[in-house]
Design a protein around this ligand. Structure first.
Ligand SMILES: Cc1ncc(COP(=O)(O)O)c(C=O)c1O
Length: 377
């Protein structure tokens, strides 16, 4: 089945006795039994039919054996960290979503793990940073917000040679555009809050994997710690994913047009979009994915211009997050990456002139006009 068809039909309720086409919201905490030892559902923290349907769809979309749906992306990454013991060391992309860095440093290190953050697009450096106690590599590609691209096949080869697990946060491209498990990743992570849900109205997260042993351990931690996705939110995700393909196509088309337009503006000094042929990661991304997505970062000529844009956009929303129907303008320095030390942030290029835009479904002319009027305000 083609991807777009799977998005539309994958959440349909095949065997409902009433003939209901859409998956019902099983808004129940527990399930009754008629006999001792009877199988089936027990308790919704463990499993719920609405969530199960969503997990099956996510597994198919990511070419995995199984998926687990969490109450947020951070809950999914937190569960993933339970695979490790005190003393274990992990390598991670240095330009990760700021919340992941906060989790690794603020919680992971407290629990006895250690992390090295590096530019994983440099595979030589990745290999050089491996230590005897290194257990896994955590990658985002393209990264947030500097849009670095890592060669996932190359990273997977290094991980295999050193017996390391490879984790890929695929939030930016979604399974519609990239399938890291096919490229050698062991676990794929998603913030389902973003493009998957797609409407800026719910939080969700996913882990998807192929290895039954990994999935069994993750399920155990999931059930034991309890950050499960509620039935109604599972249903919202099922509904959002129906239009994932068409949204990604259109948002990506808008993003390319907007990136090209931004390049022509005198007040824009740099545009980072993986779909522009001059982007250093263009060829690698094109080789391992089916598109460049809808995230753009750009640098303007001064912090005054950045603040003027943020304060004066009218149609575009000055807000954190990404991936929904509405275009959002983010100031990574004070929002997504506020918790990073200033020197570290600036060394990575997250300065007071850098803006990130999550391109939505509006007419791109309206987005351009909004940025123009905000710049002139
Ligand atoms: C790439 C990426 N991964 C993970 C997360 C965390 O997801 P959530 O906000 O659903 O907890 C985010 C949130 O912005 C993100 O951008």
């Amino acid at each position: 089945m083609e991807l777009q068809t799977l998005c539309v039909h994958g959440g349909i309720n095949e065997n409902d006795p009433t003939g209901a086409v859409e998956m019902p919201i099983y808004q129940t905490a527990m399930f009754r039994h008629h006999d001792i030892g009877e199988g089936g559902y027990d308790y919704s923290r463990q499993q719920n039919p609405t969530r199960e349907k969503l997990e099956q769809l996510m597994a198919k979309l990511e070419h995995g054996r199984e998926a687990i749906a969490f109450s947020s992306g951070m809950a999914a990454i937190t569960c993933l960290m339970e695979l490790f013991q005190p003393g274990d060391h992990l390598l991670a992309t240095d330009d990760l979503y700021g919340g992941s860095i906060r989790l690794f440093r603020g919680v992971g290190e407290k629990n006895g793990l250690s992390f090295d953050f590096l530019d994983t697009s440099d595979l030589g450096m990745l290999a050089a940073k491996i230590r005897p106690e290194t257990k896994a590599v955590f990658i985002e590609t393209p990264t947030n917000p500097m849009m670095q691209v890592t060669d996932l096949r190359g990273a997977a080869k290094i991980c295999r040679e050193h017996n390391l697990l490879l984790f890929v946060d695929n939030t930016f491209l979604t399974p519609y555009l990239q399938n890291p498990l096919d490229l050698g990743a062991d676990v794929v992570i998603h913030s389902g809050t973003k493009f998957l849900s797609g409407h800026n109205d719910t939080l969700a997260g996913f882990l998807v994997a192929n290895d039954p042993k990994i999935m069994e351990r993750l399920r155990y931690f999931y059930m034991s710690t309890g950050a499960c996705l509620a039935p109604f939110d599972s249903w919202l995700l099922l509904r959002g994913i129906k239009t994932l393909g068409i949204r990604m196509e259109r948002q990506q088309q808008n993003a390319l047009a907007l990136a090209q337009w931004l390049k022509r503006q005198s007040w824009v000094s740099r545009v980072l979009y993986v779909g522009l042929p001059e982007h250093p990661g263009y060829a690698v991304n094109a080789d391992q994915s089916r598109g460049a997505g809808a995230m753009i970062s750009f640098e303007v000529d001064s912090s005054t211009t950045a603040l003027r844009l943020l304060r004066n956009v009218q149609l575009i929303l000055f807000a954190e997050s990404l991936g929904g129907t509405e275009t959002l303008l983010t100031y990574p320095m004070t929002q997504t990456h506020a918790d990073l030390p200033k020197e570290e942030r600036e060394a990575r290029g997250i300065n007071d002139r850098l803006l990130r835009i999550s391109v939505g479904l509006e007419d791109v002319n309206d987005l351009e006009n909004d940025l123009l009027q905000a710049e002139k305000a």
